[in-house]
Design a protein around this ligand. Structure first.
Ligand SMILES: Cc1cc2nc3c(=O)[nH]c(=O)nc-3n(C[C@H](O)[C@H](O)[C@H](O)COP(=O)(O)O)c2cc1C
Length: 176
């Protein structure tokens, strides 16, 4: 799939998945896409765990607590840790955000679907997910991505019009 096509095809998917595995080669490439993302000062603060063991995938979905996610054949956990750069700023949130978007685009390009789940696992659920997979205490599970072939249609989030958010050669100068 061409890049702009994948960018347009990516949508948050929160529904059932087909009972079709995500081959290891695809899972690995999706993780590679995440690791290829830029990071502040190239500190590469993000770590990733791909999950395709059905018992673990189901358990993650149980911790998340939504029935549809239990139908996903695979999942990815995104780990982060605050890490000061030499300028005294930690870019860890930017780093994992770039990694997540790269993975979501790779997922879309391969015909799978997912959703960036962060707000709903923050705190206890994230801790439980990390404990399940042996994540060291100093790392936080920031994002959970269920991954699979979507069995239902993709819902389209309403986006503000282009002209309200993007301009050319000046603030609110219309691009036409
Ligand atoms: C930082 C961040 C946290 C998010 N957390 C959640 C979440 O916990 N659960 C969820 O269902 N979607 C979550 N989302 C997905 C957004 O709801 C979604 O991207 C937004 O509604 C726009 O829809 P779209 O992804 O289809 O363009 C999150 C997205 C971001 C960037």
């Amino acid at each position: 799939m061409e890049l702009m096509e994948a960018i347009r095809a990516r949508k948050s998917y929160r529904n059932e998945f087909y009972n079709m595995p995500v081959p290891r080669s695809d899972l690995r490439e999706i993780l590679e896409a995440g690791l290829a993302a830029p990071s502040g000062c190239n500190l590469q603060t993000t770590q990733l765990i791909g999950v395709d063991d059905p018992v673990l995938v189901k358990r993650l979905a149980e911790i998340y607590g939504r029935e549809w996610s239990a139908t996903a054949p695979a999942a990815i956990l995104v780990l982060t840790k605050e890490t000061m750069s030499s300028s005294g700023v930690s870019y860890h949130v930017h780093d994992y955000s770039a990694a997540v978007e790269n993975m979501l685009l790779a997922i879309a390009a391969k015909g799978y679907a997912s959703v960036w789940i962060e707000g709903q696992i923050r705190g206890e659920r994230a801790k439980e997910m990390g404990a399940l997979l042996g994540v060291p205490e100093e790392y936080t599970v920031a994002v959970y991505l269920p991954v699979g072939v979507p069995a239902k249609s993709m819902a389209e989030a309403v986006k503000k019009p282009f002209s309200e958010r993007a301009w050319l050669n000046g603030y609110q100068k219309e691009l036409d």
